[in-house]
Design a protein around this ligand. Structure first.
Ligand code: ATP
Length: 354
């Protein structure tokens, strides 16, 4: 692993009895990075975060932070702040006392604590909230205070365990933007656990996609979305049409479509699954002579506001419908409705094959 990493996980393994929750995880996180652990329920992302925090003991492997092996250190001797999913504020303590908690434990002088607390509540957008109690705050406000508490001692690492999942949709989007902005201002290395791919795509510098205790892919949001390393990643991050097809020498065949495709090192002439993002099938522009153009019939239109999921079938495609994204304006302009025919063009360079 690189010397440049602020956090290094080396062959981290976790067994619960006969069940292996994490299978030899290797991962390096650079200083100042915002990394999301993304995956479905049960993939091991929370367990991995808890191991980094020292709240769970791993079975084997090492955890290094800032050049120091912290594998067996108790949580109190590690350098991090943490925010949990449910509001873990002390209900009987005021906002000021909640935020001051870590500072008091460190025997920080009183005057300094007061100054730092008011700085922190301002930082999270709740100046003047010091005398309030958690029950007087909304869910989003409580999470902001939990964030202030986690940052109070200026930790080297900020750990966020699904901090937004108990909030309503609007508040979730607002707070994730605030967390990202704050993280960039402070430059604090941050790991956020989430099962929400949109959330991860929106805030992360890099996403660690996990499944069944292994890392499927590590990459920037663009890399993970555009170049998924496995069918799991292609399915889990974003929407994809999956078509059955056949790969023969240099050519991909799906129904009546023939798409030139480099076979790579795998043997040719085999059944494959073809992944195609809905936005990579276009209704315009289509010019005379364009390749991979086909006629389809609109079977279903799902209205989603400014754009729609349009399900189409075509004689040249395998039997199942293909989903494409079209704007509401385009549908209206072209008087398109269920039953209309629609000419489409597939972007050859965006086709992924597994
Ligand atoms: P979720 O989003 O549902 O929390 P997750 O990806 O965070 O999912 P973990 O909580 O890390 O998943 O759990 C990973 C696996 O380990 C799951 O199959 C879970 O049932 C199992 N597991 C977690 N904690 C324990 C435990 N204390 N004892 C036994 N099995 C456990």
């Amino acid at each position: 692993m690189s010397q440049d990493n602020y956090l290094d996980l080396r062959r981290v393994r976790k067994e619960f009895g006969a069940f292996t929750a994490l299978k030899d995880i290797n991962l390096g996180i650079r200083k100042g990075e915002f990394v999301c652990f993304l995956g479905p329920s049960g993939c091991g992302k929370t367990t991995l975060l808890r191991i980094i925090a020292g709240l769970e003991m791993h079975t084997s492997g090492e955890v290094w932070q800032n050049g120091r092996d912290i594998s067996v250190l108790p949580p109190a001797q590690r350098d991090y702040g943490i925010v949990f999913q449910s509001y873990a504020l002390f209900p009987n303590l005021s906002v000021a006392d909640n935020v001051a908690y870590g500072l008091v434990n460190r025997k920080t002088p009183r005057a300094e604590i007061g100054k730092r607390v008011s700085e922190l509540v301002k930082l999270v957008g709740l100046p003047g909230s010091e005398p309030k109690y958690p029950s007087q705050l909304s869910g989003g406000q409580q999470q902001r205070i939990a964030l202030a508490r986690a940052l109070a001692t200026s930790p080297g690492l900020l750990l966020l365990d699904e901090p937004l999942s108990a909030l309503d949709a609007l508040e979730r989007v607002r707070l994730r933007g605030e967390i990202r902005a704050l993280q960039q201002t402070l430059g604090v290395t941050t790991i956020m656990v989430t099962h929400d791919q949109e959330e991860a795509l929106a805030v992360a510098d890099r996403i660690v996609v996990m499944n069944h205790g292994v890392i499927e892919q590590v990459g920037t949001p663009q890399e993970v979305y555009r170049e998924p390393a496995s069918p799991f990643v292609a399915d889990f991050v974003g929407k994809a049409n999956v078509l059955p097809g056949r790969l023969t020498a240099g050519m991909l065949e799906a129904g009546g479509l023939r798409i030139p495709h480099a076979a790579g090192e795998s043997p040719t002439d085999r059944e494959v699954r073809i992944y195609l993002r809905p936005e990579d099938v276009l209704a315009r522009p289509i010019a005379e002579g364009d390749a991979h153009v086909f006629d389809s019939r609109i079977e279903k239109i799902e209205f989603l506001g400014s754009y729609c999921h349009v399900h189409v079938t075509s004689d040249v495609l395998p039997a199942q419908p293909l989903v494409v994204y079209l704007s509401l304006n385009f549908l209206a302009e072209q008087s398109l409705e269920v039953g209309s025919s629609l000419r489409l063009r597939l972007l050859q360079e965006r086709v992924r094959v597994f």
